[in-house]
Write a protein that binds this ligand. Structure first.
Ligand SMILES: Nc1ncnc2c1ncn2[C@@H]1O[C@H](COP(=O)(O)OP(=O)(O)OP(=O)(O)O)[C@@H](O)[C@H]1O
Ligand SMILES: [Mg+2]
Length: 316
């Protein structure tokens, strides 16, 4: 499938005083994908997004949106973008619907892209606010406000949606709903959805591809599949058995000479293994009639991953 590029960053750089906050970022984002900016606090994610949507000036490099330069052709470039960078503006004493109507009236100045009642109903359907759209915003949960924010951002039919840390403050159910919704917009509406987060686990579930950013620099752009695969190469495992002594010998022989008995958890051995080695270990244990009660893979934290990718560099 031909992937249409909707945003290109070319050596995008932000300098404030002597400090380089965003350092020559270059990558393309495609139609129909959820693309994540992943990096620890202070990595430069928000600064990058602000430059992409023209909220702050660009020191060097460029941002092209559908080939239009955000710096020199702002109006035509930004027409393609819906974004929530800071808290979206909403009137709490108005209903969700009234807020959308107000936004639509404000946006009407942009001739040729009229926002009518039909479009308002469309965005309400898109974000699944249903009947609650006629409740006052003051009665909304954080997740519902987030949906209303997305609805506002979608009003002018953008092909690109940009959300800075969209899951901040949401509970697990809210995060899941938002994730499903963003995936829907990418897959069914063919939008490019750009999100940022400092949580690897969240990005894995939400995104198709992720740009890992550390200290303003691009560490790498990966598909989530690649991220998960590379984790599988180096999984840290723990296994609970009835006979630790015998099992330890088998595991040390089969895959990990450094396997050791856990000091904290009874009858548990810790070892490192690839996916295939885990299968081999379990087979060998069962053959020796050792009872296997529990096998756990310890997921790597973002820190671990950063240390791996950056070769042990400092974080943040
Ligand atoms: N106006 C400014 N003046 C000076 N330094 C700034 C300014 N804005 C941002 N910075 C610095 O730039 C760096 C990147 O900030 P930014 O907010 O882009 O990071 P972030 O990746 O969004 O972090 P977080 O996960 O905390 O939101 C930080 O070290 C921050 O202190
Ligand atoms: Mg930020």
């Amino acid at each position: 499938m031909e992937l249409q590029t909707v945003i290109s960053l070319r050596d995008l750089t932000k300098k404030i005083g002597k400090k380089t906050i965003v350092d020559h970022l270059s990558f393309d984002i495609h139609q129909g994908e959820v693309f994540g900016f992943l990096g620890p606090n202070g990595a430069g994610k928000t600064t990058t997004i602000r430059m992409m949507v023209g909220l702050i000036s660009i020191s060097e490099g460029q941002v092209l949106i559908h080939g239009k330069n955000i710096r020199t052709d702002f109006k035509n470039a930004i027409a393609n973008v819906g974004c929530i960078v800071e808290n979206p503006e909403m009137y709490k004493y108005l209903t969700g619907y009234q807020n959308l109507k107000h936004m639509a009236r404000m946006a009407k100045v942009d001739a040729g892209n009229q926002i009518d009642e039909k479009r308002i109903s469309e965005v309400v359907d898109l974000v699944g606010l249903g009947k609650r759209i006629h409740d006052k915003v003051s009665k909304y949960s954080l997740g519902m406000r987030q949906r209303l924010g997305v609805a506002q951002a979608l009003l002018h039919r953008p092909s690109i949606l940009i959300l800075d840390e969209p899951t901040n403050g949401l509970d697990p159910a809210g995060i899941r709903e938002l994730r499903d919704q963003l995936r829907y917009l990418a897959k069914e509406e063919k939008m490019a959805v750009i999100v940022s987060s400092h949580l690897l686990s969240e990005m894995e579930l939400m995104c198709d591809r992720v740009a890992i950013i550390a200290q303003g620099k691009l560490v790498q752009v990966q598909t989530v599949g690649q991220m998960i695969d590379s984790e599988q190469e180096q999984q840290s495992m723990s296994i609970e058995v009835n006979d630790v002594g015998e099992a330890l010998t088998i595991i040390q022989r089969t895959c990990d000479a450094n396997a050791s008995q856990s000091a904290e958890v009874k009858n548990t051995i810790q070892f490192a293994a690839t996916k295939e080695q885990v299968a081999t270990v379990i087979e060998a244990l069962v053959k020796q009639e050792i009872r296997v009660y529990r096998v756990n893979a310890q997921r790597k934290t973002l820190e671990d991953r950063f240390l791996e990718i950056t070769g042990g560099g400092e974080i943040a």
